[in-house]
Design a protein around this ligand. Structure first.
Ligand code: UD1
Ligand code: CA
Length: 461
């Protein structure tokens, strides 16, 4: 039986932020969500998260994230409060009443080590089991070990001591083998010695790492790729890990048949799904639950978040959020789709067009300078340049409906709530305020007046 505990109670002072450190985002997920994700492939019987600094925020965020991923088959999250953050050892002490009588292993993960691979955790657990260790800890040889606890082992690879960077002598600092902050403990052994931790160190904190000196055997397992275990203590670390994560994500999509033009200028969250033969052009950012189907070309200069893009779509210098675009449609340049816009197949939406909560039928064109909000358009509609739906009366939003085959002349205002039938033609410059039936022409503007020979009067002297 395995329980996991994630350390997520600290503020993360070095981040210089109001937000708890573990809630900072990396590639579309919070740090702590990533840590939780890294243990999704092992069989777990309990999931404990130790929270403290702004604990309500951390809980809410994890519960929300969990609902999105629908990982229902996992045991529920149990939140354990550490009201004062007196160190990682003190944090684990808070588990004592919760894990009383538990006979299995406890996998402990720092909430600020977000790039850990599921494979690595599996390896750690395998070694732990094979050797029946009292504790097994993940270690790495870092080129720059500054800031990490150093791990001292004997010739058998058994851990004798972990000393925090700030407590190390100059000689001890020469040891580049570091503690990754990922441990597997045989809980009944840890339970016995946990209450005896002392805070006799530079920070006057109770260190979880001090437990290794009282347990035996404690084995170290080196991680193959040290990039996995980089811990995040400040913004510089966050930026470094973000680069590493982006490289991982882009490598994956390149191998899967996606073209990335100038990859360094592109960012892709790892919640994004791409099909083979998608082309991503420079300066493009794909975020959240976004999917893009085959043969679509996105960018340059586009931002797409939480949206579904069908096959063979082009998106040029545009912003699309929470929206859907069906196959063969052309979006941009300079379009903004938001608030559940839904674009049919073979449409054109371009040149300074904003669509909000608008459902657009197949083969409809909205090519220039328009705002359509809370609107439903049929098929083969043509919206002339400068058409606006006046959907807001200062208090409420109202709907506009436009039937298939209708053509709206340039610079028209459709004052919602309003319905226009099928195959209607609206004359340019109209302000349409009343319902329009099918098959007609509507002119809603004053007629042009021409006065022959008319001149301005000469001013009297
Ligand atoms: C810790 C380890 C260090 C290791 C490094 C790896 C200790 C004493 N040191 O140092 O050996 O090399 O991680 O990244 O464990 N936390 C709590 N409650 C607390 C204090 C911390 O929940 O009272 C949480 C933090 O939110 C964080 C994690 O524990 O997620 C690690 O804390 P942090 O202060 O970053 O430890 P490090 O100094 O990095
Ligand atoms: Ca840390």
């Amino acid at each position: 039986m395995i329980a996991i505990a994630i350390l997520a109670a600290g503020r993360g002072t070095r981040m210089k932020s109001d937000l708890p450190k573990v809630l900072h985002e990396l590639g579309g997920r919070t740090l702590v969500e990533r840590v939780l994700q890294s243990c999704q492939e092992i069989e777990i019987s309990r999931r404990l998260v130790i929270v403290g600094y702004r604990s309500e925020l951390v809980k809410e965020s994890l519960i929300e994230a969990q609902e999105k991923t629908k990982d229902r088959e996992f045991p529920p999250l149990e939140f354990v409060e550490q009201t004062e953050q007196l160190g990682t050892g003190h944090a684990i002490q808070q588990l004592l009443p919760h894990l009383e009588g538990f006979q299995g292993d406890l996998l402990v993960l720092n909430g600020d080590v977000p790039l850990l691979r599921a494979e690595t955790i599996k390896q750690l657990m395998a070694v732990h089991k094979q050797h029946q260790n009292s504790a097994t800890i993940l270690t790495a040889n870092l080129p720059d070990p500054q800031g990490y606890g150093r791990v001292f082992t004997d010739s058998q690879n058994l851990v004798q001591q972990i000393i925090e960077d700030r407590d190390c002598t100059q000689a001890q600092k020469q040891n580049h083998r570091i503690n990754a902050g990922i441990y597997c403990f045989h809980w009944p052994d840890l339970e016995k010695i946990l209450p005896d931790l002392k805070a006799d160190n530079d920070q006057k904190e109770y260190y979880l790492t001090d437990t290794v000196s009282s347990l035996s055997p404690v084995m170290a397992v080196d991680v193959e790729d040290y990039q996995e275990i980089l811990g995040i203590n400040d913004r510089k670390h966050l930026a470094t890990t973000s680069d590493i994560l982006q490289t991982r994500i882009k490598d994956k999509w390149l191998r899967a048949g996606v073209t990335l033009i100038d990859p360094h200028s592109i960012t892709i969250d790892d919640t994004v799904e791409l099909q083979a033969d998608v082309v991503i052009e420079p300066q493009t950012h794909l975020r959240g639950k976004t999917s893009i189907a085959s043969r679509s070309r996105i960018g340059p200069g586009s931002l797409i978040e939480n949206s579904q893009i069908g096959e063979n779509v082009t998106v040029l210098y545009s912003v699309i959020s929470d929206s859907i675009v069906a196959e063969n449609s052309r979006i941009g340049p300079y379009a903004h789709l938001r608030g559940h816009a839904q674009i049919g197949a073979n449409c054109r939406v371009g040149n300074f067009v904003e669509l909000k909560n608008a459902q657009i039928g197949d083969r409809t064109n909205i090519a220039h300078l328009s705002y359509l909000g809370d609107a439903t358009l049929g098929e083969k509609v043509n919206i002339g340049a400068g058409t606006i739906t006046a959907n807001y009366d200062g208090k409420n939003k109202h709907k506009t409906q436009i039937g298939s085959g209708t053509k709206i002349g340039s610079n028209s205002v459709l004052v919602a709530p309003i319905t226009l039938g099928e195959n209607v033609t609206v004359a340019a410059g109209s302000v349409v305020t009343e319902e329009v039936p099918n098959d007609c022409l509507v002119i809603a503007r004053s007629r042009q007046v021409v006065k022959p020979g008319w001149k301005l009067k000469e001013p009297e002297k």
